[in-house]
Ligand binder design. Structure first.
Ligand code: SF4
Length: 181
């Protein structure tokens, strides 16, 4: 894989940082799933979230079918991070960046399995609420945490932080892929 060419393309994007990750080093934890179940209002309301994504063991098994991952992060400053509406509004830009990075990997012949942020917002009402399959499985990205992934140790191992300042919103995506080399 021509990582240098990919990195040149990544340098054109307003990413804060990126890092090449070994998926085997990702931490999968039932504690993360417990937080989804007990603290997130989207639990059971999106195919991008648990339990629709499968058990943590199933998610881990799927992620470990890939032997490489690209972690990307973007930062956005907001006036007041406690303003959830303004904070969540910064997510759209990160999702667009994530799709752009996915396209870069595809132009290099890779087929990324993309994990991104929060619940999918493509449809006004997720099909899971009507007991129907996802309408856009090729476009929707399950949330990183939905897989049971605790991303903090991975960030730390790569010298990254999750919080860069009081009013800085940090978004993280993981693009897993198979590198045959
Ligand atoms: S694409 Fe639509 S149906 Fe699929 S997860 Fe997203 S919101 Fe739900």
């Amino acid at each position: 894989m021509n990582y240098e060419a990919i990195e040149q393309a990544l340098a054109e994007l307003p990413l804060y940082v990126y890092a090449w990750i070994d998926p085997k080093k990702l931490e999968f934890s039932d504690r993360v799933r417990h937080i989804c179940q007990t603290e997130c209002t989207m639990y059971g309301k999106s195919w991008a979230c648990p339990p629709g994504v499968g058990t943590v063991a199933e998610c881990r098994e799927k992620c470990l079918r890939y032997n490489k991952a690209l972690l990307i992060s973007s930062l956005t400053e907001v006036a007041d991070i406690a303003d959830m509406q303004a904070t969540l509004a910064t997510r759209r830009g990160h999702e667009e960046l994530t799709d752009q990075v996915g396209d870069i990997l595809r132009t290099h012949g890779l087929e990324p399995y993309i994990l991104s942020t929060e619940a999918c917002a493509i449809c006004g009402r997720c099909a899971i609420l009507d007991g129907k399959p996802c309408r856009h499985p090729e476009k929707m990205h399950p949330c990183v945490e939905s897989q049971g992934i605790n991303i903090i140790p991975t960030l730390e191992e790569n010298g990254l932080e999750f919080q860069y300042g009081q009013n800085i919103v940090t978004w993280v995506s993981l693009l897993l892929f198979r590198d045959a080399e």
